[in-house]
Ligand binder design. Structure first.
Ligand code: NAD
Length: 496
């Protein structure tokens, strides 16, 4: 079973060991005796070397015309597309998500790579008027410098691509510190960029643990841009480190996303959506539909049919085509989910199904948990408010749209929300009133596309967005340019 390999960091175009020679193991969460490989356990010395490489590559890359940068990204996109299946298999092995979902994750990286390559011939600024005659005004984008990228394990290739591709097309260089649970997919992405012809030092990759490798990257004085996706606790630390040096900091953090099911909803559709949104990726999506607020007139029927469907979900190793729900990422996550089952039960919620670790046979070799539904939840219970990041869904009854919206907005997060209704007025009202950065009608809370801004309000983020042209705003600085061809001093706001 085991084919353990030794992986290295990527610094200045070379694959090198960590300075201290330390390593950590990457293991398969569905089959914990399947050891995928040893990755460098990097420290601040490795991070400093990676930042130095990115800093010295920056002037050359910044001056490379964006369409030329784009040619490399297009080649990378083609390479990714050509090896999509192998990349997805590596991802399922290290992260656990079913192969079909892993293919989707790689596809998202492909989409983002092509999308940002297209920006090489756009990166549009503005030309505009001047209040003075014989004066020309425009704004252009400039790169910022070395970008430090810190990523989580749940989208092992998509999230690194969301951050890298816009950073690169804008002319920045990059140091990425991928999640310690899923370094292989980030390494695979970096290898593709190397093969596509990216000059040495433009992308550097150091694997390792958060405090040892992530923190030094966030704190490094030569890294003016930090993009972080992960938990709110770590996001706060990254923000503090950034504030010390006035860095650009983009934070994408947790969610407690709600599906609102109204009395006129197509119930078949709503249940399909709740199953996919609640249990897809084993509930380990920042956009997972972990709360379902249901109109009291259909609450009983919805709950009964939803439970029937959840019970039939096939939990197992994601490499098998029949698997619908993979394992949790690691033992710590499994213990967190178990703790929330206790919390929910103590709070008085009714456990309708699941609620336990799966054991016996192949289940004993991985971190498997049964799809879980709590009913009779109130909006103030901890299981209705806190991000669990597992296959646990809370059902909350409501008496109408206004109450559904109030419950939906009552959490500290603001990532994604959705409504199932056939009433167009209610759909538009919810669209207007929900405080989330993403909103769906007649679809669950997951399913973002790369050409729309991605991110959330309140404690989900800090006001930035990933993907789409919104990402370009984060990875570039606006430069406003005034060209006076009047041959005389003209004073804005004073001369007419
Ligand atoms: P995490 O915060 O534990 O780790 C995220 C990354 O930060 C990892 O690479 C980790 O090594 C690094 N890190 C840890 N401590 C650090 C420190 N002190 N300084 C710098 N870096 C450090 O999060 P996770 O468990 O990997 O991911 C799960 C979380 O991510 C969930 O809360 C989920 O909602 C969130 N998430 C959000 C989005 C979004 O776009 N909003 C997307 C995916 C995941």
């Amino acid at each position: 079973m085991s084919s353990e390999k030794v992986y290295k960091n990527f610094l200045a175009g070379e694959w090198v060991e960590s300075a201290g020679g330390d390593a950590f193991e990457n293991i398969n969460p569905a089959e914990t005796n399947d050891r995928i490989g040893n990755f460098p356990r990097s420290n601040s010395e490795d991070v400093a070397a990676a930042v130095a490489a990115a800093k010295s590559a920056y002037p050359g890359w910044r001056r490379t015309p964006p369409p030329k940068r784009a040619e490399i990204l297009f080649r990378a996109g083609q390479l990714l597309a050509g090896r999509k299946d192998a990349l997805a298999r590596d991802m399922t092995r290290e992260m656990g998500k079913p192969l079909e979902e892993a293919r989707g994750d790689v596809q998202e990286a492909i989409d983002m790579t092509f999308y940002m390559a297209g920006e090489g011939r756009r990166l549009f600024g503005q030309t505009t008027t001047s209040e003075l005659s014989s004066k020309f005004c425009m704004s252009v984008r400039s790169p910022v410098g070395v970008c430090g990228l810190i990523t989580p394990w749940n989208f092992p290739m998509a999230i690194p691509a969301w951050k890298m591709m816009p950073a690169l097309i804008c002319g920045n260089t990059v140091v990425i510190k991928p999640a310690e649970d899923t370094p292989l997919s980030a390494f695979n992405l970096v290898r593709v960029l190397e093969e596509a012809g990216l000059p040495p030092g433009v992308v550097n990759c150091v694997s390792g643990f958060g405090p040892e490798a992530g923190a030094p990257l966030a704190q490094h004085p030569d890294v003016p841009v930090i993009s972080f996706t992960g938990s709110a606790e770590v996001g706060r630390e990254v923000a503090h480190a950034g504030a010390e040096r006035f860095k650009h900091v983009c934070l994408e953090m947790g969610g407690k996303n709600v599906i609102m099911v109204m009395e006129d909803a197509n119930l078949d559709l709503a249940i399909d959506g709740a199953i996919w949104g609640g249990f897809g990726t084993t509930g380990q999506r920042c956009t997972a539909s972990s709360r379902i607020v249901i109109h009291k007139d259909i609450y009983g029927e919805f709950a009964q049919r939803f439970v029937e469907r959840a019970r039939k979900l096939k939990v197992g190793n994601g490499i098998y085509p029949e698997t619908q729900v993979g394992p949790l990422i690691n033992e710590a996550q499994l213990m967190t989910v178990e703790r929330y089952i206790e919390i929910g039960t103590r709070e008085g919620a009714r456990l309708l199904c699941g609620g336990r670790r799966l054991t016996g046979g192949e289940y004993d070799r991985g971190w498997f948990f049964s799809p879980t539904i709590f009913s009779d939840c109130t909006p103030t219970m901890r299981i209705s408010k806190e991000e669990i990041f597992g296959p646990v869904v809370s059902l909350i009854p409501c008496s109408g749209l206004d109450e559904a919206i109030e419950i939906g907005n009552s959490v500290v997060y603001g990532l994604s929300s959705s409504i199932y209704t056939r009433n167009i007025n209610n759909a538009f009202k919810a669209m207007q009133e929900m405080e989330t950065g993403i909103f769906y009608v007649n679809a669950p809370t997951i399913g973002a596309e790369t050409h729309l801004p991605f991110g959330g309000t309140k404690q989900t983020g800090n006001g930035h967005r990933e993907a789409a042209t919104a990402a370009l705003d984060f990875y570039s600085e606006w430069k406003s340019i005034y060209i006076d061809y009047s041959d005389k001093l003209q004073r804005a706001q004073i001369d007419s």
